[in-house]
Design a protein around this ligand. Structure first.
Ligand code: IPE
Ligand code: IPE
Ligand code: MG
Length: 245
């Protein structure tokens, strides 16, 4: 696999040019791993591994481009319906990503966090997630947020439940329930809304990704399957975004 890492992207220098206007927050639906694998006669898990490699490159590219917030959709609340083998394979890829990348993310001053309902994830993965969140909490060069067991409706439902509990117990007046308060109570609490959402693999759905937050985002759909998505393509999209702004 032709995999770039932070050092490669830096060495190659001009792969991702600096733009005058970069989105404050890019969100990506990383779709097409299964089809990528199918086309090569590989297992779906091999597709997800290739997708993980693409993410490493894109994170490095986003840093080079000066993007401050990158949120990626790794596993949806609907994805539990896939085969046990695929679900377990994905979970172990997430764990391995955190273990392998922790040092490098910290060295690059990347803050890594997760959104979604983590209560359904296994205890070891939850510990790894909490560990890297804590370890990188002081960094802000790039806020990398990974959505695992994330669904926008689930996120809103959890937020509404928490708000109604506060109202019922007298801590919150209904008149204080504003759009700003709802935004704060979402998993993305302190992140700015995404101004650009990219979905790979030619599907033009949002699949329950950041429905509240992306209300005003620009959408970019590319035919490229996620494992083939590169910092170069990100740079092209950023160039278009810059022109449009
Ligand atoms: C995206 O790729 C990764 C996850 C949803 C976990 P898919 O696995 O959805 O790939 P396709 O859509 O089947 O090609
Ligand atoms: C969306 O992709 C979720 C992730 C990329 C993690 P899916 O492939 O699961 O979405 P649908 O099934 O096409 O809506
Ligand atoms: Mg898909």
């Amino acid at each position: 696999m032709n995999q770039l890492d932070f050092e490669d992207v830096k060495k190659k220098g001009l792969r991702v040019p600096k733009f005058k206007t970069v989105p404050a927050h890019i969100a990506i639906v990383m779709d097409g791993n299964g089809r990528w694998a199918n086309q090569r006669g590989l297992s779906r898990i091999e597709g997800h591994k290739a997708g993980e490699a693409a993410l490493l490159d894109v994170v490095a590219g986003a840093i080079e481009a000066g993007v401050k917030n990158l949120t990626v959709y790794a596993f949806s609340t609907e994805n539990w319906k896939r085969s046990t083998e695929e679900v377990l394979g994905l979970m172990s890829i997430f764990a391995r990503y955190i273990e392998r990348e922790a040092d490098r993310l910290a060295a690059e001053s990347v803050r890594m966090r997760f959104i979604g309902d983590r209560s359904r994830l296994d205890a070891r993965l939850q510990r790894l997630m909490a560990g890297i969140e804590e370890r990188t909490a002081q960094y802000s060069r790039l806020n990398l947020t990974v959505a695992i067991n994330y669904g926008g409706r689930d996120e809103l439902t959890r937020a509404i439940r928490a708000i109604t509990v506060d109202v019922a117990e007298g801590r919150l007046d209904p008149s204080a329930v504003t759009e700003a308060l709802v935004s704060q109570r979402l998993d993305t609490g302190d992140l700015p809304d995404p101004d650009l959402v990219i979905r790979t693999s030619g599907e033009t759905r949002t699949s329950n990704f950041l429905p509240w937050q992306a209300a005003y985002a620009e959408f970019e759909f590319t035919q490229t399957l996620w494992p083939d998505f590169t910092p170069d393509e990100l740079a092209l999209i950023l160039k278009r975004f810059g022109n449009r702004d």
